[in-house]
Design a protein around this ligand. Structure first.
Ligand code: 13P
Ligand code: SF4
Length: 370
């Protein structure tokens, strides 16, 4: 199917009327029944950013790395109904066997960051980077990227990374080549490289729209890390003034953010790490401690509920939802399960064999080091 046909079909797709008439309890009851009937044939992984109404049904919760590891080890389930976003479901499809089917309950659950790098831009940019720097660059891609980008990275000797292993993967990459191209999140790339001692003037940004480097330093040849000009629209909404304001008003408050936040915010915070790190840090914190968390709101609200003995607020008082993560809701989950019950697999994510073959190289290089 042509891409435009596909997008048009998705844009006009609406759930059958009956899903707007069911009560929340009716939907939950049906999901419980279907899960019980399928038993081990059905597996539902859920990312920490999913809504409470959905995460309640997850057989496993995790950050991006944990969910990839769980799927790689999940050989029993025939159907994997992925409660997360498109790139995670693609990863699950590539890491599971041929007889296993991965389903995304709502095809509109994409990731705006992953959409900021497409394969054509990457191939074109790579050519220019090779011209400027020669064969000195190893590509790394954040898992928040399309399967095609992962395949490009795999073909060129690189690996995927997640927010929980980025440091380790950059260290490894520097043992392979002199320079790194980091796709598509400039912030995670910059924050991680800086932690490893790479100076800001040893990093340049590649702007795929303008097709040029953004670099303030004196000599481009000093550059060790090329950052793709992409970002997360949710995590860019945390600002240093939020931190300053809270520190003035709440003595002793600690600031804990996701490394997709800007360099300025990460530098001004006390701690940063993946969604799993954030959960663990708060769970292990002493009662009475005070925290401001800079990450997606479903997770922040859940952490607040699960830790009534601590004072926790969102770093941005207007909270930041990830709209695409929120696409997965009870009606879509139930619809995809009811279709399965009727023997029809809807919204299956299938990555073409040619792409999988190379993307798996990049994923395996990461999994072997995680
Ligand atoms: P992690 O769960 O790996 O920290 O990633 C956060 C995220 O933005 C997923 O899209
Ligand atoms: Fe993508 Fe940001 Fe949403 Fe994560 S929070 S899925 S990076 S848009």
């Amino acid at each position: 199917m042509e891409v435009l046909d596909f997008l048009e079909k998705e844009a006009t797709f609406t759930l059958p009327e009956r899903y707007s008439q069911l009560s929340e309890e009716e939907m939950k009851e049906r999901i419980r029944e279907i899960k019980a009937a399928f038993g081990e044939r059905l597996f539902i992984p859920g990312h920490h950013y999913q809504k409470d109404e959905v995460i309640e049904f997850a057989d496993a919760r995790g950050d991006s790395l944990q969910l990839a590891q769980i799927c790689a080890d999940m050989s029993e389930a025939e159907f994997i109904v992925f409660c997360g976003v498109h790139f995670m479901a693609e990863t699950a499809d590539m890491l599971t066997g041929d007889r296993q089917k991965v389903i995304l309950p709502d095809m509109r659950a994409g990731c705006s960051m992953a959409d900021m790098a497409n394969i054509d831009q990457t191939e074109i940019g790579w050519e220019e980077m090779q011209r400027v720097f020669g064969d000195t660059i190893l590509p790394l891609t954040y898992v928040n990227s399309t399967a095609a980008i992962k395949a490009f990275v795999g073909r060129n000797g690189g690996a995927t990374v997640t927010s929980s292993n980025a440091k380790k993967m950059l260290e490894w990459a520097f043992t392979q080549k002199e320079r790194i191209l980091f796709l598509p999140d400039q912030h995670l790339g910059r924050n991680t490289a800086y932690d490893l001692g790479v100076a800001l003037d040893e990093m340049a940004v590649w702007d795929p729209q303008a097709h040029r480097f953004e670099y303030d330093g004196e000599d481009l040849q000093r550059v060790k890390v090329i950052l793709w000009k992409g970002h997360c629209s949710v995590h860019e909404k945390f600002y240093v003034h939020h931190i300053d304001h809270l520190r003035e008003r709440v003595p002793g408050i600690q600031i804990l953010v996701h490394p997709e936040c800007t360099h300025e915010v990460v530098q001004a915070s006390d701690l940063n790490g993946s969604t799993n790190y954030i959960l663990k840090t708060i769970a292990e914190a002493p009662a009475g401690s005070k925290w401001a968390i800079g990450t997606e709101m479903n997770l922040v609200n859940r952490i607040i509920q699960e830790n009534p003995d601590k004072e926790i607020v969102s770093l941005n008082p207007f909270l930041c939802p990830c709209l695409t993560m929120n696409r997965i809701d009870l009606p879509h989950l139930l619809w995809s399960l009811e279709m399965l019950e009727q023997g029809e697999v809807v919204n299956q994510i299938v990555v073409p064999e040619e792409i999988t073959k190379h993307a798996v190289l990049a994923l395996d290089r990461m999994l072997a080091r995680s």
